[in-house]
Design a protein. Structure first.
Lengths: 295, 305, 509
């Protein structure tokens, strides 16, 4: 924590946040990495040197530039169908970010709604929600997701919905706890006393005050969804080829990993890096907004 | 304590019923289960016979009750792929998965508790940072990628460990590390925060003031108290591991329940998938129930709520 | 750092390191006369008649004997369980059986076993999965304690081929007691190896049959113990071979094959395989109205895929482009048919003519070799056909196919190693469940070829059928597979063209 500078006696809250942010190395690194990945994903058509779908069987399994069989034409080499690996990696970032954010939005909506309801109303509502959370936690996510995807067929939309419907538990748990703390606080009681409607209290008093926690959980859940998508794709029941998903790239490269390890190391590292960055941001936001909360 | 236990038991039972209903509905998702059970070349009459035999012409709720009644007796029907009882095949593979889960848990605890204690004793030291790095990486690296990396390094480059199968205890080393690693961050954080809390408490300070050696204080007094929540976390994590072992079993070609589940999904062996989903869920329900009771037993404050 | 923590940490480390290094793996191999081989399939049953997999055939040929045996090199038929055989008339075969042979469980072998087996598998109520191997037989009849007649439904020139490797003889008393379920877990035969241990879909342990009959044309088994391990991933199989965990693997992909050939201590051998890959299209409208009912669309698919590039770059080795609905060396497989070159422009033109100027979207199903499927999807994409890959296990795909849910799918067929065209076309074009063509004209020509005993008549009829199949583009025949084997250099193993390993012929060097 930086020492307050003596000249400014009362730093504004915004300034405090700024300072904390600037001093938080983890957050800065995470933000920088994610910024680069997001920019790459957005600018994929400009940045990618080749069409990620174009196959050329006569130029397959070329090594990356640092390998003896590599060249600058394909900086990360080509895959087993002769597609440019760098281009597929760049387009793959889009898929991961899209699935992560979309699944997070769905699960966030579900989890926040029932979590806030449980925390605010308590009693029976709280019991039902507690029960729902326990039931959800007891179902093995990967197994259930695999089974559902296998039964209704895998596609981008299906993956997003299946993940969104499965991973709302952390939202619900955190929102319930945060709302419970707020419920008995004076200004909420005051709002109740002056006859504000429940919806209004939830919208203008509760939500803004749990927003920090919500953002933290949201970032962590993006990372969670990305990892699950990668696992499903790795098992062949996620995104379907020829879409370039990083998990799928690891799965396709697995066959070659003994003699050409880079084919799994490149997408695997990219995946780890992206999830790491998102987690660092999530942890960073938590530390910055509530420094006393670090366990 | 009794009232608390009964309440928890009721909740667990309710969850069990809900989850079993959902795995029951899984088979319904695919269309006519009678046709699926009768086999691909069955005639209309044979399908009708199966429908009656299995009570598939009855209302959904009756069917569910019948199914669960049979399931409670260990009868999950016959696998259309193996043409053998589902329960026999699953029991044949359960041992491997439980062994893997157990080994992974032991690995996670052996790694996490010393690290957690050290991190608490020396906050912001290199060991605290190492602990943080391990847990941050553990959350970021996909388990299948970590598993494959272990195979390349220890199995192929160094050639010191077997990389597939489950024939000897050595076969379990790499998959246990790959599976257990993902549980370490949770254990480490819990141990660390528990230790920090306990170390700051009055009786530890008293013990130190009395001149007890640091090691003895840490081990006999502080850790013993800090470890209470770790025990119940272990139960919950074990439940998660049984579900998560699917990926690790696939990567390491271990013929356990998780891999069986994955293969069964791929070959549309639905009675098998149903039984496995139900079984893994039930394990979790039972384990969390035990963890809750254990927590309440060890920490009387919980019972009051 | 507190000393006790230091101690326990280092203890943990030491235990892990010691565990990793000191203990040596249980080595397979020459030293303990145990050959460990592997495949990726989880075999559902060891009863040959209830699985369609090549692995099932491998097991069957080691533990069971057929009436006849085809020498894999000379290709001649030799009596195996039979002592001699003769055609009584074009629809009746008589066998004189060998005496003094016993099954692994001690049950003596005689005419009753043959009659029981054949009458069991030809009975439609028993729902044998490999129908095409047995449905040409009417029934068997006992003529004496060691004399049997097989009555054919109609004239069937390929009868000897089928009887030498695809109709294993089971012990009647044991099979009647155990049924397919019991037998599938603990099979008993007269063959050169007996099964001593089965961990279902994981491990099979074979022991040499010490009392295998001396006159057998299969020869005497040499290696004492053979262990089969199921390892689903090819990568794991290769790593196990490199680290000595297994001694023999097959179906090695070409890239890894080339790399393995350079590894010291490993012999890598490539052989041709009769198995061919092809795309089936729903010309018969079994799945309702789909684009594949149109001839132009089927021809467009044929033009869209660069089969030569796949054969050369992905399959490698001896793989060749296939233009017919059969493997070129098979009897009757006339190569003089309409051929489709790789021509994406023409494919797009044909699609436009069929009313799909922008292409169309479809599902494509497949069960093995994901890479090949992805390459096919890639080629189709270039001409505007957006094919969504549905990849599943064979049994699941088979069920979907039987249920009319697969308008477009990639299949492979190995003809059970039979060098006669009827082994493939008989399965796919004679209105059976896998026939998505249902062309009565083609069927009738095939029946003519299947049932005539005059080779010239057969050839002419088959040629007509193949011509029509190609001209109508009912299939997109793709390429032939190669059989890549890699094994320890201690092993003396010879691959054969049917790609069925014969470990009873293998020995240690």
């Amino acid at each position: 924590m930086p020492q307050p500078i003596p000249e400014i006696a009362y730093p504004s809250p915004r300034l405090i946040l700024m300072r904390r942010t600037q001093a938080h190395t983890g957050f800065l690194i995470g933000a920088a990495v994610l910024l680069v990945i997001s920019a790459t994903a957005l600018l994929a058509p400009v940045l990618a040197p080749f069409d990620p779908y174009h196959q050329d069987l006569s130029r397959r399994m070329l090594g990356p530039v640092w390998h003896e069989s590599g060249s600058w034409k394909h900086p990360l080499g080509t895959d087993n169908l002769g597609r440019d690996y760098l281009s597929r990696l760049i387009y793959g970032a889009r898929i991961s970010l899209l699935i992560g954010s979309a699944a997070m939005l769905i699960s966030g909506l579900i989890g926040t709604t029932i979590g806030v309801a449980a925390g605010y109303f308590g009693g029976r509502v709280d019991m039902v929600v507690g029960f729902l959370i326990t039931a959800r936690l007891s179902m093995p996510v990967v197994l259930v997701a695999l089974a559902v995807v296998a039964l209704i067929g895998g596609s981008l939309n299906v993956i997003i919905w299946v993940l969104g419907l499965l991973i709302w538990d952390r939202f619900a748990v955190v929102m319930r706890a945060s709302t419970q703390q707020l419920r008995e606080i004076d200004y909420v009681n005051a709002a109740k006393a002056i006859g504000c409607s429940t919806l209004r209290i939830l919208g203008s008093e509760i939500l803004p005050n749990v927003l920090n926690n919500l953002i933290v959980v949201a970032t962590l859940e993006i990372a969670h969804a990305i990892l699950l998508e990668a696992a499903l794709s790795f098992l062949g029941m996620g995104v379907q080829p020829p879409l370039p998903s990083w998990g799928l790239m690891v799965a396709e490269g697995k066959e070659f990993m003994l003699f050409s390890p880079w084919v799994i190391v490149i997408p695997g590292t990219a995946l780890s890096l992206m999830v790491l960055a998102i987690n660092l941001i999530g942890d960073g936001i938590r530390d910055i907004t509530a420094p006393e909360g670090r366990a | 304590m009794l009232a608390y236990s009964v309440k928890r038991l009721l909740l667990a039972a309710l969850v069990a019923v809900t989850v079993s209903f959902m795995s029951f509905m899984l088979l319904k998702l695919t269309g006519d289960p009678a046709a699926a059970l009768a086999g691909e070349s069955a005639t209309e009459a044979q399908i009708a016979f199966v429908r009656e035999q299995y009570g598939l012409d009855k209302p959904l709720l009756v069917q569910y009750v019948n199914w669960i009644a049979r399931a409670l007796q260990g009868d999950f029907g016959e696998s259309p792929y193996f043409k053998q009882p589902v329960s026999a095949i699953i029991t044949g593979r359960l041992g491997v998965t439980l062994t893997l889960g157990g080994c992974a848990l032991v690995f996670a605890i052996l790694l996490a508790i010393p690290m957690g204690v050290l991190a608490a004793v020396r906050p912001n030291s290199w060991i605290d940072r190492l602990a943080l790095t391990i847990s941050v990486l553990g959350q970021a690296m996909p388990s299948f990628f970590f598993g494959l990396a272990l195979i390349i390094v220890f199995g192929v480059m160094l050639r010191v460990l077997p990389i597939s199968g489950s024939d000897t205890w050595r076969h379990f080393i790499l998959p246990s590390i790959a599976l257990g690693y993902y549980a370490t961050p949770a254990f480490m954080r819990l141990t660390r925060s528990g230790m920090i809390e306990v170390l700051a408490s009055d009786y530890i300070r008293t013990a130190r003031a009395k001149g007890l050696r640091t090691g003895s204080v840490l081990f006999k007094h502080a850790l013993r108290n800090a470890i209470i929540p770790v025990v119940s976390l272990a139960a919950v994590q074990f439940g998660f591991m049984l579900g998560g072992s699917l990926i690790i079993e696939t990567v390491f070609a271990i013929n356990g329940v998780g891999f069986l589940g994955y293969q069964s999904i791929a070959r549309s062996d639905l009675p098998m998938v149903q039984a496995i989903v139900l079984m893994v869920s039930m394990f979790y329900v039972v384990l969390t129930f035990c963890a809750d009771l254990l927590n309440a037993f060890l920490d009387p404050r919980i019972r009051v709520h | 750092m507190a000393p006790w923590i230091q101690r326990s940490l280092s203890a943990v480390l030491v235990v892990l390191v010691v565990a990793a290094i000191v203990a040596t793996p249980a080595m397979a191999g020459k030293k303990n006369d145990t050959l460990t081989f592997t495949w990726s399939k989880e075999l559902e049953t060891l009863d040959r008649y209830y699985n369609t997999a090549r692995e099932g055939m491998i097991v069957s040929r080691h533990i069971c004997d057929d009436l006849l045996y085809r020498d894999p090199v000379a290709m001649a038929y030799k009596p195996l369980l039979a002592k001699s055989y003769q055609w009584i008339d074009p629809k009746t075969l008589e066998f004189e059986l060998r005496q003094g042979i016993t099954f692994h469980n001690g049950e003596p072998f005689d005419a009753d076993d043959v009659v029981f087996t054949i009458n069991y598998v030809t009975n439609p109520d028993n729902k044998v999965l490999v129908q095409q191997n047995v449905d040409w037989m009417e029934r068997a009849e006992k003529k004496g304690p060691f004399t049997v007649r097989i009555h054919l439904k109609k004239e069937f020139p390929a009868a000897l081929e089928y009887l030498s490797g695809n109709v294993p003889i089971y012990p009647n008393e044991y099979y009647a007691k155990e049924g397919p379920k019991g037998f599938g877990l603990k099979p008993v035969g007269t063959g050169p190896y007996k099964v001593v241990e089965v961990e279902q879909s994981k491990r099979i342990v074979f022991k040499k049959n010490e009392t295998y009959f001396k006159e057998s044309p299969k020869g005497q088994p040499s290696i004492g113990t053979i262990v089969q391990r199921t390892i689903p991933e090819m990568t794991s199989q290769i790593a196990e071979l490199m680290t000595g965990g297994v001694d023999w693997i097959y179906m090695v992909p070409p890239d890894q094959f080339e790399n393995l050939a350079k590894v010291p201590g490993i012999t890598a051998v490539s052989g041709e395989d009769m198995r061919i890959a092809f795309l089936q299209m729903d010309a018969a409208k079994r799945c309702g109205e789909t684009p594949f009912a149109k001839l132009e669309v089927r021809r467009a698919v044929n033009h869209a895929i660069d089969r030569a590039a796949i054969a050369k770059n992905l399959v490698g080795g001896a793989s060749r482009v296939i233009d017919t609905a059969c493997f070129p060396t098979q009897f009757g497989c006339d190569q003089n048919v309409m051929k489709y070159d790789y021509n994406p422009a023409k494919a797009r033109e044909l699609l436009a003519k069929a009313g799909y100027p922008e292409g169309f979207e479809t599902d494509i199903y497949g069960y093995r070799d994901r890479t090949y499927l992805e390459a096919i999807v890639g080629y189709l994409r270039e001409v505007g056909i957006k094919a969504n890959l549905k990849f599943m296990q064979y049994s699941a795909l088979r069920d979907k196919t039987y249920a009319d849910q697969t308008p477009f799918f990639k299949m492979t067929w190995g003809s059970y190693g039979m060098n006669d065209m009827s082994a493939i076309t008989g399965h796919y074009f004679k209105f059976e469940k896998v026939d998505f063509v249902r062309d009565a004209q083609v069927r009738d020509w095939l029946i003519e070829g299947d049932t005539s005993v005059d080779p010239a008549v057969r050839k002419a009829a088959y040629a007509k059928a193949l011509k029509r199949i190609a001209e109508q583009a009912y299939w997109t025949p793709l390429f032939s597979y190669v059989a890549n084997y890699a094994f320890t250099q201690d092993l003396d193993f010879t691959p054969h063209v049917d790609a069925v390993p014969r470990f009873f012929l293998a020995k240690w060097k």
